[in-house]
Write a protein that binds this ligand. Structure first.
Ligand SMILES: [Zn+2]
Length: 350
């Protein structure tokens, strides 16, 4: 998932989309009714003791009347737009974005985040769809959220996964059904950027330290203690001359850098590299991460005569909910509301 595109669709594209909309998509769009958010209030989840002593979340009505909503999804393989019932879409995203073997409360948190993301995109599409897919507010790839239909999931994951009640589709279905219609709000407004990533390694990141905008609910919080060492301490080695060559291709001032001029200058609150010096050039940790395919911009460097070795902590951009952290929080007895409240500061689930 990426932070959403802030670019304004160009006038030409608007004309094209308007024409396309009137000719082809209008009948379909009429089905995509954007229902006004219906606040039923008082939907705090209750936990009830089950006979075996375990806890089970009791389904509470969400603030969204999901049954009345279909979302238009641009399918990247076929280059067509499909109208998908919202809850089916949330199922297809949750199953694709998080391992079904994760704790049920983590899957519930993921389902709420996926549902929130979808509705935020639909809401935003009133002023134009993303440039990457002007045909629809959502696509089915990492640009938005990965989405697969049940039929596609069967092909990808196999029949055993479809039937596995512990770590397969039934588990994901339960997570989606028991959070039906629930989304996140911040100060009464639908949360626009429910970003998530695989593992933070340490702390999550303030949004402005990774992307540009400071988002009040995307604050740096502790996560490493819940992640059980996922993606901690992986190493990537690059020949020193190759490293300098690649860096210099990006910024000429790095050309011919002496090894004692390669160093980390500063880090963000979440621990990711903010600025790294290579000769006369300075790179952001994100640039270095992209340049050398590192899992995370939270890394250390060790330089020898012949090579530079990166040791990375975490996996992904580090902003918003850590999926491994959510799993660990679930295992530690937290419910999905507590998980979401931890990773998205000050939000409300209803
Ligand atoms: Zn997209």
């Amino acid at each position: 998932m990426r932070t959403y595109d802030k670019k304004v669709v160009k006038a030409g594209a608007i004309t094209f989309v308007t024409a396309l909309f009137l000719l082809i998509l209008l009948p379909a769009a009429l089905v995509t009714v954007w229902n006004a958010v219906e606040d039923r209030g008082g939907t705090t989840a209750r936990q009830e003791q089950t006979s075996d002593g375990g806890q089970q979340a009791v389904q509470q009505p969400g603030s969204i009347d999901s049954d009345a909503i279909r979302v238009a999804v641009f399918r990247t393989q076929t280059q067509t737009v499909e109208e998908i019932p919202l809850e089916d879409y949330v199922l297809g995203v949750t199953a694709s974005e998080m391992p079904a073997s994760f704790h049920i409360e983590a899957l519930r948190a993921q389902a709420v985040a996926a549902r929130t993301y979808a509705l935020a995109k639909v809401e935003k599409s009133a002023s134009g769809n993303p440039q990457a897919h002007p045909q629809a507010p959502l696509c089915d790839d990492t640009h938005c959220q990965v989405f697969r239909t049940e039929k596609e999931l069967l092909q990808i994951k196999g029949q055993a996964w479809m039937d596995d009640r512990e770590a397969g589709l039934p588990q994901v279905k339960q997570a989606v059904q028991t959070t039906k219609g629930q989304v996140m709000y911040y100060q009464g407004e639908l949360v626009q950027q429910p970003l998530f990533h695989s593992a933070s390694g340490e702390r999550t990141e303030n949004s402005e330290d990774v992307f540009t905008a400071s988002v009040p609910y995307l604050r740096s919080v502790e996560s490493g203690e819940y992640e059980d060492g996922a993606y901690e301490g992986e190493t990537v080695s690059v020949g020193l001359s190759e490293f300098i060559k690649k860096a210099a291709a990006q910024d000429g001032a790095a050309a011919g850098a002496a090894s004692d001029t390669i160093r980390i200058l500063s880090r963000s609150e979440g621990g990711r590299v903010e600025r790294m010096q290579v000769g006369g050039a300075t790179f952001s940790g994100r640039e270095i991460r992209e340049l050398f395919g590192l899992r995370s911009a939270n890394f250390t460097v060790e330089i020898s005569a012949a090579q530079i070795t990166f040791t990375t902590f975490g996996n992904g951009h580090g902003v918003g909910m850590s999926q491994y952290g959510a799993n660990g929080m679930g295992q530690a007895g937290n419910d999905y509301r507590q998980i979401l409240g931890h990773y998205y500061s000050g939000i409300e689930v209803k």
